[in-house]
Write a protein that binds this ligand. Sequence first.
Ligand SMILES: [Zn+2]
Length: 297
Amino acid sequence: MDGQWHDGMECAPAMIVTRFAPSPNGSLHLGHALSAIVAHDLAQARGGRFVLRIEDIDGARSRPELADEFRADLAWLGLAWDEVAPQSTRLARYAEAATRLRDAGLLYPCACTRAEIADAAPRTGPEGPVYPGTCKGRSVDGSGPAAWRLDVAEAMRRTGPLVWVDELAGEQVARPDLAGDVVLVRKEADTPASYHLAATLDDASDGVTLVTRGADLFSASHVHRLLQALLDLPVPLWHHHALLLDTDGRKLAKRRNAPSLADRRRSGEDGRALAAQLRAGKLSAGIRLSGVLHSAP
Ligand SMILES: [Zn+2]
């Protein structure tokens, strides 16, 4: 990992590393199985490494005991992986990065409630109501509970235009502004870093060269590309894969009462056969794919 791939676009890294990074907030479902299989297979097809990372910093919702269930589910699907340190062991790294951005004048505290943001938001972005920057330039008393938001306009001014590459969708001009001034440090004391900050730092620490995840997280990659530039992190490639949808076009994960992978495993279903069906695009009635699953190798 020398300087050769800090700019990422020109040189393919020597070894591909993909990851599956579930949060132990609930059991895994079919959509998770697809994500894990895509990441695993892309690494395997290119002689690379597939990594499991447990994203266990979601405060009160995190149930660490589910990590064992996830491992059993992945093994049941016939996948092999290397596990890296869970997020809960990396808090100092998140705090250090946040301090660096704060010292650079790129973060500001925000004490707005969810309802206040929804009321004030002029538009809805990919992640919901776009924060209108209410607290920017205001002196919010940092002693109470406050989230720290990224001043995206100032950050983009400093980095200049950025691009990133999705294997399926091609080169993208980074538009982190679409999501507004995202939260990097959450208000809740037990959840020190937002998904954006933690996942970006972890992918760099874990040497992930190909970030695979569902197409619903496509917009997050604009933000992550900006964070990589601000924090001098290597730039990976991305692979946003198609999602499993129900007949109403909703993401399958939102469907209620679908059996979890653990339920299916315990009922004696053949996990390897299920994985083979997903790879072949043979889906049960009522489930479809939102688009292309695999790119050309
Ligand atoms: Zn605010």
